[in-house]
Design a protein around this ligand. Structure first.
Ligand code: FIX
Ligand code: ZN
Length: 423
């Protein structure tokens, strides 16, 4: 019998297990939220061992095990920072945190000798790689079909690339990220003014029209698959604020016109410890009634949502059950640990079935997609094995083709279906 015609009943636990592992391992992934860039973006694309070791997750963990003063660390060069992090987190202590284990998984899956613990050898290997071919290798090892960038028109380093002659890399899709527009209108409107948009801080009708023009211009330039913003825990709608006005009178109509989702990433409290720089952000439970409001008021708009607090996750699942125009995605940031990914994926599949995007990598360093997906594939496969085992224990018979279909759906299909969905 051919693979795809194979079926599994309650008497074939071993075959079922193998089929699920194979489907999840072999499915090429659409990584729908990352901070990686195409090679044409030059230094904005981070990769290699020193970038892996100075990832802000490891910086935060370093300061917990080192008494080095913040300013002394920040005065070091990046290679020197990498060396003290390696020595502290990997040599003087066991690298058992998820972020540390991730570095080891990357080295191992790239074929380096992890047992040598020889940072000089790792450096030499990465130094011998060329960016474009390294990206090819990393995408292959990670099993990525494509990834979605985070593109920010307010980023002074990124804008020139788009205003230049950037030729899109079909593996890296664009997104319009608009945190400054929504979270700092008081200063960002001056930037729009400087770029030729006739806006006033008062957000009069002319300004709202110009904000819609700004969004339109950059959606077209980025070929943006969606618009995205990270929002504080106290994000509230409806509200008498520039953020609420821009969302309801600019983002909603423009997203509807382009039929693209608006992604809200809620619950981050920025810079609770500025001395940690990028590692200085934190989390608080969010107000999720704003999601009920926006999904109910705009049924023809599409919303992708992830929240940062573990405490939010059950309510978020229930909210998603109420609104077909809301798609949950990922185990974001502080939730991206094996124990919480398993807990969230079980909860989501039990409450929402296969109508979710279980994970995104959020990779800031290209090589991270290897570990973030290797670790998450393992957990997603484990949860799916349990769910199919429960089904066949009740007499259901599941086919290999259906298992492959479900894996495709969860690891990219649901995202692309939602992008194309007309409500
Ligand atoms: O807002 C975001 O896109 C967050 O993912 C980042 O700000 C954060 O630093 C991160 O990379 C978390 O994984
Ligand atoms: Zn992110």
């Amino acid at each position: 019998m051919s693979e795809t015609k194979k079926t599994f009943s309650r008497n074939d636990a071993v075959g079922l297990r193998a089929a699920v592992n194979n489907a999840v391992k072999k499915t090429l992934i659409t990584d729908m939220h990352t901070h990686i860039y195409a090679p044409d973006f030059g230094d904005l694309l981070l990769w290699g061992i020193d970038e892996l070791l100075t990832y802000h997750y490891l910086v935060a963990e370093f300061f917990r095990l080192s008494d080095m003063p913040y300013e002394q660390f920040w005065a070091l060069s990046k290679p020197q920072q990498a060396e003290v992090i390696w020595q502290t987190l990997f040599i003087e202590n066991s690298p058992i945190s998820e972020a540390c284990r991730g570095v080891i998984t990357v080295l191992d899956e790239l074929g380096l000798d992890v047992s040598s613990r020889n940072l000089k050898d790792y450096r030499a290997w990465f130094a011998a790689q060329e960016t474009a071919s390294h990206m090819d290798r990393v995408f292959k090892v990670a099993g990525l079909k494509c990834a979605v960038m985070t593109n920010d028109p307010f980023d002074p380093l990124e804008r020139p690339v788009w205003e230049g002659d950037y030729q899109t890399d079909e593996r890296l899709h664009g997104v319009l990220r608009i945190d400054p527009l929504l979270n700092a209108w008081g200063s960002s409107y001056e930037m729009l003014k400087g770029w030729g948009y006739d806006v006033e801080g008062s957000l009069n009708d002319k300004s709202k029209a110009e904000v819609r023009r700004f969004l339109t211009d950059w959606i077209k330039r980025f070929k943006a698959l969606y618009m995205a913003v990270s929002l504080p825990p106290d994000f509230t709608l409806p509200e008498d604020s520039p953020r609420a006005v821009i969302i309801e009178e600019c983002i909603i109509p423009v997203a509807r016109e382009f039929n693209i989702p608006f992604a809200m990433m809620i619950g981050v409290t920025r810079q609770v410890n500025p001395q940690l720089r990028l590692a200085g952000d934190s989390v608080k439970p969010s107000r999720l009634d704003s999601l009920e409001y926006i999904c109910a008021k705009y049924p023809q708009n599409k919303f992708m949502v992830t929240t940062l607090s573990r405490e939010d996750q059950h309510t978020l699942c229930v909210t998603a059950r109420k609104f077909r125009n809301m798609l949950l995605f990922g185990c974001w940031w502080f939730l991206n640990t094996p124990s919480i990914i398993q807990e969230m994926t079980e909860m989501r599949l039990e409450m929402l079935g296969p109508s979710i995007i279980p994970q995104h990598s959020d990779a800031r360093v290209l090589d991270q997609v290897i570990y973030k997906w290797s670790h998450s594939r393992e957990i997603i496969a484990k949860v799916l094995r349990h769910k199919y085992a429960d089904l066949v224990a009740a007499g259901w018979v599941v086919s290999d083709a259906e298992i492959k279909r479900d894996a495709e759906q969860l690891l990219g299909g649901n995202f692309w279906r939602f992008i194309d969905l007309e409500l």
